[in-house]
Write a protein that binds this ligand. Structure first.
Ligand code: C5P
Length: 229
């Protein structure tokens, strides 16, 4: 109960080069946003805020109606900003009622299992944010131009996914602090930690990968053909 999911879907999708905002690009018969929302509604949240690209609010509302069914009153669509951080801030400003836990989820992670959404929500605690993460499997190097400077110990690293979950009041305070300082962070966990709060990680899932390039879209299509969501 009292869990809101902010689905950020306002990115342009330049690297996907599909000629439409990324969230509205089709995977199979359904768009990236629709698949993301199907996963979110399967997790039974109390409230869903979709942050849409400017000019595409109507398209986002259609996707929300189809994904939400008779729970459409739990959802709102707002317009995003030029950066992901501005888009999340617009989502936070649209929260209503007695939400205690806020999850921020990338629409681009369209095939995220509902169990991952539930697990993040369940792990959020007082003053503590939660992110799902996977071990890094690539061999990583620190570089300077074309020189290899040093190997990187991958046991110290984790690849962050979404949804990232936070106690609402602390997240609002952290966003206010970031806006006041004029600092742009790489993700919500970094912004939250910069405000002095704790962030922990729980196991992520390979299916929660982010669709960024045409290859990623192909991978999503193959996964859906093998095991329809
Ligand atoms: O660009 P990237 O794939 O890293 O974006 C991650 C998520 O943030 C996507 O779901 C995208 O729609 C969202 N985003 C946004 N507003 C922006 C930029 C990105 O909502 N200005």
């Amino acid at each position: 109960p009292h869990v809101a999911v902010i689905v950020v879907a306002a990115g342009s999708g330049t690297r996907l080069a599909a000629g439409a905002p990324k969230a509205l690009v089709g995977i199979d018969g359904r768009s990236i946003l629709r698949h993301a929302l199907d996963g979110v509604f399967a997790a039974a949240p109390a409230q869903v805020i979709v942050v849409a690209p400017a000019g595409f609010e109507g398209d986002a509302e259609t996707e929300v109606r189809e994904a939400a069914g008779d729970r459409v009153d739990l959802a709102r669509v707002v317009v995003g900003g030029d950066t992901r951080q501005e888009s999340v801030a617009a989502g936070i400003a649209a929260l209503w009622g007695d939400v205690r836990t806020v999850l921020v989820h990338d629409a681009a992670r369209a095939l995220t299992p509902p169990a991952q959404i539930d697990a993040v929500a369940a792990a959020v605690a007082e003053g503590t944010g939660i992110i799902p993460a996977l071990p890094v499997i690539d061999t990583l190097k620190r570089v300077d131009g074309d020189s290899i400077v040093a190997p990187v110990d991958r046991s110290e690293l984790a690849a962050a996914q979404t949804p990232q979950g936070f106690p609402r009041a602390a997240l609002e305070a952290a966003y206010d602090a970031a806006a006041a300082a004029g600092i742009e962070y790489t993700d919500d966990a970094a912004l939250f930690a910069a405000a002095g709060y704790t962030v922990r990680h729980i196991p992520g899932d390979a299916r929660a990968f982010k669709i960024t390039t045409p290859d990623d879209l192909d991978r999503a299509r193959r996964l859906l053909a093998e095991a329809p969501a």
